[in-house]
Design a protein around this ligand. Structure first.
Ligand code: PLP
Length: 512
């Protein structure tokens, strides 16, 4: 493809992309195909002769689009969203154009320097405490990772290395000595990473990657599925009794099931109770709900991160207008990452890195090569401005409140199960015989008939493909989750989704 052909193809692709966005609300959200649909549509071998762009684009239309689940549709209300906007698409184009896997500063200074600047912008936008900024006294800073799972696994590995080193140095062993190496794995075998039973599975996976144990803190509907001080203390004391060493804790701002927020202040107070517990690396996973911190009225949440929190992550690619991947990780002390991850063979050395005056992001993450993702974040922040980003968050939170109000307005059919918030409503369907909620706690009853009814209605709605929502179980209660954080979300789609839920519920109840 020469540059003239590229120009024509790109114009045609951009027209098609714009048409796609314009038509996506009318498309069935989940594809109407069976597994294996694509194999018969694509030749078994690549073509011997070059094909032209028109043929390729036609195949995107006829063969690929029918197999797409339309995450960008305003009727996609499942999981958490994966947003995309025009400025972030432009960022992708430039990033691909430069294709500079800037694993160290010299490999493309602009990539590294823009990432540092933009991470400071993001830290300010989210009102993260000073310690997470690149110029902080604690040597903090931010780095863009592939996904929240990568960010979480990275900090768990760094936490393991930090704790092991502290223990071995306190035993008088010299870093890097053969005794140190031997003893390291004894110590590691006792380490425990902790999270709640509502924490995303990436925390357990991170412990697996780090080769350590994992324990979870039980949460209860009575506590809105939040990790509490007493729940955490119970696990910590059990570890102590078993001779195990807790070294890492994930607290969540916006859990995957129901967007609950762990009780940061009381959890941090528990960690002060024993010297060994004070050494635990505390991470805040705000993969989805962290985006909401751009709104001034929610920034009070970050005051709890000023002390006693080592790291924080959020996915701008969920709710903050930047497309996948834009997972931002902030650490209080970058040395915790670089001490754990810096391995420098001769071929990676250069005068700038050797002087230690530049950032080499390869030492802040597992991968060596990295994409120029700061560009798309920069483009989005400039195109929307902070006020545009706040407006998006406030609008979608408002739509979530509207959906929750609609659910509350039909107490004959539905019950809210956990506190609605962050553009998520978690509710269940009642049978005529479902016992009332507990008056003292406000908790819905555990009712098997309501569970199977809710599941049936949820599955029927999704099978029809008009909207896409998710079901899950919280503390024994089967629930439906509806998220209104989609970039294209609007009141008419939220009301339509509620009408579909009501219609389907009435249809199923009638059948029964
Ligand atoms: N943490 C939370 C709270 C999540 O909801 C998710 C995914 O939805 C993750 C972590 C994992 O995100 P990723 O897909 O970026 O690894």
């Amino acid at each position: 493809m020469d540059h003239e052909q590229f120009k024509q193809a790109a114009h045609s692709a951009i027209d098609d992309i714009i048409n796609y966005f314009d038509s996506v609300p009318e498309r069935r959200v989940i594809p109407d195909i069976e597994p294996g649909y694509l194999r018969p549509l694509i030749p078994e071998s690549p073509p011997d002769e070059p094909e032209n762009w028109a043929q390729i684009q036609e195949d995107v239309d006829k063969k690929i689009k029918p197999g797409i689940t339309h995450w960008q549709s305003p009727n996609f209300m499942a999981y958490f969203p994966a947003c995309v906007t025009y400025p972030s698409l432009l960022g992708e184009m430039y990033s691909a154009t430069f294709t500079a896997p800037a694993f160290n500063w010299l490999c493309s200074p602009a990539c590294t320097e823009l990432e540092t600047i933009v991470m400071d912008w993001v830290a300010k936008a989210l009102a993260l405490p000073e310690c997470f900024h690149s110029a902080s006294e604690t040597h903090g800073g931010g780095v863009i990772q592939n996904s929240a799972s990568d960010a979480i696994a990275t900090v768990i590995v760094a936490a393991r290395e930090r704790r092991v080193r502290e223990i071995l140095l306190s035993e008088g062993l010299e870093d890097g000595s053969p005794e140190y190496e031997d003893r390291k794995f004894d110590v590691q075998s006792k380490l425990v990473s902790i999270a709640s039973d509502q924490t995303h599975s990436s925390a357990a996976k991170g412990a697996l990657v780090a080769g350590t144990r994992f324990r979870s803190v039980t949460t209860r509907l009575e506590d809105n599925m939040e990790m509490t001080a007493s729940g955490l203390r119970e696990v910590l004391e059990k570890c102590d009794r078993s001779g195990l060493t807790p070294y890492h804790l994930t607290m969540t701002l916006g859990t995957t099931n129901c967007c609950s927020v762990d009780r940061f202040a009381e959890i941090k107070a528990v960690l002060q109770e024993k010297p060994a517990w004070q050494r635990i690396w505390v991470h805040v996973d705000a993969a989805y709900a962290g985006a909401s911190l751009v709104a001034d009225e929610l920034q009070y949440i970050t005051k709890d991160f000023a002390e006693g929190v080592d790291s924080f992550n959020t996915n701008m690619h969920k709710w903050l207008l930047v497309n996948f991947d834009a997972s931002v990780l902030f650490v209080r002390n970058r040395l915790d990452l670089t001490n754990a991850l810096d391995i420098t063979p001769v071929y990676l050395r250069n005068p700038y890195s050797d002087l230690g005056t530049v950032i080499d992001y390869r030492n802040w993450s597992i991968s060596l090569g990295r994409r120029f993702r700061a560009l798309k974040i920069w483009f989005v922040m400039r195109t929307y401005g902070l006020n545009g980003m706040k407006a998006h968050i406030r609008k979608t939170i408002g739509l979530g409140d509207l959906f929750a109000d609609l659910v509350r307005g039909r107490p004959d059919l539905f019950e809210i199960v956990t506190k609605p918030g962050f553009a998520l409503t978690v509710f269940r369907v009642k049978t005529p015989a479902t016992p009332a909620a507990d008056e003292s706690t406000g908790c819905v009853s555990r009712d098997e008939a309501a569970n199977s009814l809710t599941k049936k209605i949820y599955e029927l709605i999704n099978s029809r493909g008009e909207i896409f929502i998710t079901g899950t179980v919280v503390d024994g209660v089967y629930v439906i989750r509806v998220v209104s954080a989609n970039t294209m979300a609007e009141e008419k789609y939220i009301r339509n989704a509620f009408d579909i839920v009501v219609r389907t519920t009435e249809e199923v109840l009638k059948e029964q």
